[in-house]
Design a protein around this ligand. Structure first.
Ligand SMILES: Cc1ncc(COP(=O)(O)O)c(C=O)c1O
Length: 452
């Protein structure tokens, strides 16, 4: 058997898979925080174009990928599925490990799978300009690439601590023609409030989202775009799992264990949902979502209604959350520092279909480095969380002498994140752990909202 399982271009899936069609119980709706009633599509249309709102609420199982989107995805898709022979050999495991390499896209992660789709739907809707937020810059650079492909303007609010520490993705955004400012910024009312209190405020994803939304609703022909969390974003990512399913089928394999890291939940959902449809119908498998112990949304946050942003401008979303006032510690997996989690992922955890695990920075960088020293590719810090779990599961298979098939989403490469590897290798990475008291303070406010 070869090392890579490659799907020809003409076999790239032509439909996205919508897991909402297969849920036994319906997903609780987002609520209007003023009335506590389900939010109306009209309210959402101030922020998003109607064609994406339709996808957000759709219950159709298969949604056709438009030809213009297919043509752009073909720049790097289908992505290769790799068998991790060297890692298996190193671990002396009977498990067979497969990783789906989403780091081969131009910006280096899975994020353009939805960025391309969102830019396209905005373009045909008539949007001229998009706004968004970004943490470490993976999403901002993916949307910059996509907007450049479709001729849209883009402004990115980048969490200040990352803007200062990690200039390379800002440069990528600018190379693709986007404007990128540190958040909180002086360009919005929300941002000015934070800057006045502290001109060097480190920022958070929640604040950057508030700024990007304010900009979108107050500027002509402008909409907002989100890189994770929402149903339509997860939908666009399912091309990952659908490709992986075809690739595994072509060699007569099916996974026992499906693994992904979770920030807002999109790369994990993209890989896992097409397999979860089989689990819903009775197939046995483990599906594991991996997060940082420093932002333990699924493993320790309650399942509640919470705002998606810090300034409380979004609808209330039914999700696992550690509270929208959370300002994350400076862990190096910038993409996993969101206080909430995709409602669909949260719901499937509650339904018992997905399990969640948390890992510390030092654990995940040890896993990432082992991966780099066996398979060669340097993984993104976010991806390392999933790899820590892969290694754990492969060791378990060895202990039990079981030939498990493990599938993981290699959500991005880490070539622009080398400074974090440097800190790890020079033993300067710190682990952050929350006390239960800190957590309960962060979610105290949410008790006033109904439980989903
Ligand atoms: C490489 C990579 N993996 C994972 C994530 C987490 O996001 P999500 O949970 O939406 O896939 C990010 C977010 O920026 C990322 O850049």
């Amino acid at each position: 058997m070869g090392r890579k399982i490659v799907l020809p271009e003409n076999e790239m899936p032509q439909f996205w898979y919508n897991i909402q069609a297969d849920l036994r119980n319906p997903l609780p709706p987002p609520l209007d925080p003023l009335t506590l009633e389900p939010v109306s599509p009209e309210k959402l249309s101030m922020i998003f174009p109607e064609n994406l709102i339709e996808q957000e609420v759709s219950r159709e199982r298969w949604i056709k990928i438009p030809e213009e989107v297919m043509n752009k995805l073909l720049i790097w898709r289908p992505t290769p599925l790799y068998r991790a022979f060297s890692l298996e050999r190193y671990l002396e495991t009977p498990a067979r490990i497969y990783f789906k390499h989403e780091g081969v896209s131009p910006p280096g992660s899975h994020k353009p799978n939805t960025a391309i789709a969102q830019a396209y739907y905005n373009k045909i809707y008539g949007t001229k300009r998009l706004t968004t937020e970004t943490g470490a810059g993976q999403w901002g650079s993916a949307l910059a690439f996509a907007c450049n492909q479709f001729g849209l303007e883009l402004k990115v609010y980048m969490v200040r601590v990352s803007y200062n520490q990690k200039p390379y993705r800002r440069i990528l955004m600018e190379a693709w023609g986007a404007k990128c400012v540190p958040s909180p910024s002086m360009d919005t009312e929300v941002g000015r409030k934070y800057c006045e209190k502290d001109p060097e405020h480190p920022g958070s994803l929640g604040i950057a989202i508030s700024e990007a939304i304010e900009d979108a609703v107050t500027t002509k022909d402008t909409k907002y775009s989100l890189g994770s969390v929402l149903n339509h974003v997860l939908l666009h990512q399912t091309i990952v799992g659908l490709e992986a399913k075809k690739q595994l089928e072509s060699i007569g394999e099916y996974p026992d264990t499906v693994i992904g890291c979770v920030g807002g939940g999109s790369n994990f959902a993209g890989l896992a949902f097409p397999f979860l449809s089989d689990k819903i119908n009775g197939k046995e498998m483990k599906v594991i979502a991996c997060e940082p112990s420093a932002c333990p949304t699924l493993t320790r946050g309650p399942y509640v209604y919470d705002y998606g942003d810090t300034a409380e401008t979004t609808p209330l979303l039914p999700m696992h959350s550690i509270g929208h006032k959370f300002v994350p510690p400076p862990i190096h997996a910038g993409g996993l520092r969101y206080h909430g989690m995709a409602p669909l992922v949260s719901f499937l955890v509650k339904e018992g279909l997905i399990e969640a695990r948390a890992y510390t920075q030092n654990e995940v960088f040890a896993a990432g480095l082992l991966f780099a020293r066996t398979e060669g590719f340097i993984p993104a810090p976010e991806t390392n969380h999933a790899l820590a779990c892969v290694i754990e599961e492969a060791k378990l298979a060895k202990e039990k002498g079981e030939e498990k098939v493990i599938l993981v989403n290699f959500s991005g490469h880490g070539i622009i994140d080398l400074a974090a590897y440097d800190l790890y290798m020079s033993k300067k990475l710190e682990d952050y752990l929350f006390s239960d008291e800190e957590l309960s303070l962060l979610v105290k406010d949410l008790e006033k909202f109904p439980r989903p």
